[in-house]
Design a protein around this ligand. Sequence first.
Ligand SMILES: NC(=O)C1=CN([C@@H]2O[C@H](COP(=O)(O)OP(=O)(O)OC[C@H]3O[C@@H](n4cnc5c(N)ncnc54)[C@H](O)[C@@H]3O)[C@@H](O)[C@H]2O)[C@H](O)CC1
Ligand SMILES: [K+]
Length: 538
Amino acid sequence: MKAVSPSTMRKMDQTAVETYEIPGVVLMENAGREVALAVKNMWDCQREDKRPANMTKVVLFCGKGNNGGDGFVAARHLANMGFDTNVFIIANPSSITGDAAINLKIAKNMGLKIKVIDEETDLNAVMKMTSNASILVDAILGTGLKGDVRGIARNVIEMINKSEIPVIAVDIPSGICGETGKVLGNAVKAEQTVTMAAPKIGLLLYPGVEYVGKLIVADIGMPINLIESNEAEAEFLDCKWVSNCFKEYPPDAHKGTFGKVFVIAGSYGMTGAAALSAEAAVRSGAGLVILGIPESLNDILEVKLTEAMTIPLPETPERCISIAALDKALQFANQSKVVVLGPGLSAKNETKQFVMQFILNCKVPMVIDADGLNALAEYPETLNKAQAPVIITPHPGEIARLLSITSSEVQQDRISSVKTAAKRFGCTVVLKGARTLVATSEGKLFINPTGNAGMATGGSGDVLSGIIGAFLARGMKPYEAAAAGVYLHGLAGDLAAREKGEICLAAGDIIDYLYKAIKDIKEYKDAQRTSKYQTYLG
Ligand SMILES: NC(=O)C1=CN([C@@H]2O[C@H](COP(=O)(O)OP(=O)(O)OC[C@H]3O[C@@H](n4cnc5c(N)ncnc54)[C@H](O)[C@@H]3O)[C@@H](O)[C@H]2O)[C@H](O)CC1
Ligand SMILES: [K+]
């Protein structure tokens, strides 16, 4: 599903009105009606929870812009549905213009209860009037929010949050930046958010995610080709998108069809990283997996792994891969379809030199992770000199080192960090963490919804590198392998957590549940092919 920034949404809105000649008031009508339906739905659910049926009070807080306009439309429909509808306008009504003013007028003409909140209003009294409401609607600020929330709106947001009454936010919880997901001053904590036409990027990123609650994307009649156009900045990964990355293969496919993955990993004390990465590649459909490992560790890996082959490589006295391993490693690499470089390699100087030389001379696509990335910290531009496409999979600390900034600067604006790295180093970048991001050097951006906190555990990244390597070897494009890889890695982690709980989740569990995640995607694709109700699936 496409996701957009507020400014792109505004442009699309303008094109819908000016080029497609859809009157703005029609879009607002559809938006408000969708909000009213969401309120009705939530209220029905509350009744199932044995709330008294006579509690029909709904309070809508409307700002002076079009977000407030959506609120006036919703109020009108809610009144028609029989709700005791109360509107508070957080602005001077005379400052309301355009489509919002049209809808305020209709609401007034219908005799709806409308009150104004201004600087003089006693908010304690408003809170009392609100206290017996079943649902609140936040239509204060949407995509038009600029800077930290100012004035009375700020106090009203605080009051709404204090009330502990479930809130449905219109388009964006007021106070959340639709671009970055940051809290601008303070923000409404919603139970549900009905966002118009396409999700705004800030609703999909932390901390925004925590304020959105359940996200509903409302069809407001915006032409689909406008939403699907290249102007949309990001793809919010879903089952449908990921399933399309899996090609059909002929029944006579052989090992070579699915590609050979050469994993270079491991050192003394870190044989687990090597095993996890190689095993994940085996379980993600690689035709053949070969693991290059410091020679004295070979026997251990022979025991740990069954399907993957192992290749002993020359090692340092500390039992890490040495520079003397370069020729042999390159020889195997260049006979493979893909190389995974990095898990558990150690930070020894000689191994770092090996990594640098390997990257410069390898002729096949590479997935570079962990110590592979640490080795690049001093000369990250080495990535630009790679001879084939590269995918890097840093966590915030690793990308920070590559960009010479701090991890907290990365976390402040993850999108700009991942995009900058992809552009600067000419590769596909997977920025790990809650809501993993994938960016390409051409500017494509993907946001991953899957995964859970239980996956923040040692070895989880090693598993990811193996999955991406296998997908690349199966013939996916680098951005597809990276995006499908993070989605399925997260989904497998979610399935594992459902069974075992987040606390007990170990990286190996992600591998164990990969088959289920991949099967889900495959079944989705099969169902899509055979069902005549394609658009309703998933
Ligand atoms: N295609 C669509 O997505 C449609 C969206 N609709 C709704 O319209 C809003 C956007 O409306 P807009 O008038 O541009 O902006 P807002 O209502 O969000 O707010 C504007 C209003 O807010 C004041 N303001 C700005 N910054 C601050 C601040 N920091 N503190 C306090 N007040 C602030 C400013 O005075 C502005 O006047 C979108 O979200 C949807 O809900 C359409 O209805 C249908 C099409
Ligand atoms: K809002």
